[in-house]
Design a protein around this ligand. Sequence first.
Ligand code: CO
Length: 460
Amino acid sequence: MAQKVQFVETVLRDANQSLIATRLPYEKFEPMLSTIDKVGYYAIECWGGATFDVCLRYLNEDPWERLRKIRAAVPNTKLQMLLRGQNVLGYSHYPDDYVKLFVKKAVENGIDIIRIFDALNDVKNLKVAMEATVNAGAIASGTLSYTTSPVHTHKKYVEMVKELKEMGASTICIKDMAGIMGPQEAYDLVSAIKDAVDLPIDLHTHSTTGLAFMTYLKAVEAGVDIIDTAISPFSGGTSQPATETLAYALRQLGYEVDLDDTCTKKMADYFKTVRDGYIADGTMMPKSMATDTQCLTYQVPGGMLSNLLSQLKQMHALDRFDEALLETPKVRKDMGYPPLVTPTSQMVGVQAVRNVLDGQRYKTVSKEIKAYCRGEYGETPAPIDPEIRKMILGDEKPLEGRYADTLEPIVDKTREKLGDLAKSDEDVLSYIAFPNLAEKFLEERKAKEENVATYTIVEA
Ligand code: CO
């Protein structure tokens, strides 16, 4: 029997985020939802930190309402979200009561699969979210943030995968957020994980460096079960490789791909028009569609390179770019080789720029790097350089154990504080995640409702 390969469609989340900064409003993709539901995808990735943020900040949409509407229109396909472990949707750690309630409500509102990752691959930061997902009856997809360094060996990844299984993971995701995984690495890592656990494996990568098609192919040869792709008009560049292309090539090679081509064609036609609109208004920039191999040379994700550039530009120091670029891997080494993913990528990048511009290393240190050295982001892959840690923390002792254990519960007191502004637990959760944005959203909603109420009374 032919080996079967399943697909996760990313057009609503990662492709949308990578190419047009998550600006797709609900109405723009609503007409395609019933078609998407008929394709035969393993899952549709549709929700995550950026979706939440942009819904509240720019689109004036309630992210929970968006999820419920997608759920109603997509009854037959699993809906997937991305969750940053103990960070949930944000950039720092939250108390456990918030993590648990968030997961419970996400599942109640329609999520089937929660892909749970930690920027440092510290499993202690995944545990509460994993357990809450299993308790809510959803699929916990235990995720490893892929990076390369002297301490990121296959042996270590396999150990992590075994721990994720213990914690209740029913699938494993290898998350290559920067698109730096090559075909041979994919083959070897998938093989190593397949040998160690009998769980379905999902590989997630980006087309940024142009490796992705080859990487997926070799991963499939090693037995990967699921790959993440984007419908062609929203594929390539910083997004995922195209769904239809992979379906075509894999079928030709004798693999079983159960996707409905009439439906993907319909989706491609529709999203082509949507994309052209974003190209015309400048939201989708040619740069994000291009292949960029710099990340392979510097082992720095593409997004980080552009952040470095814009930081230096602001400080009128663009001529120091090469120095900052050379300093980045050094800072990463000092910090114990964190994978460069949000938020560690920003922290390392900002520090590298400081070190270069100050002309002295670690003369100025951000409060995030201080917190990182204190252990507030979790255990680092390798120990932080002890001398540098001493320089940053002085006599202050770093934390032992899990930072979230030191945090007070937050849900009940936030509910009390919000009073009648919050109509549901979902409102409270939105507020905890993005206080300023959610407050503005909830106040506007309240004002709108009061206007409607007054109007109704006048009418009567
Ligand atoms: Co991604």
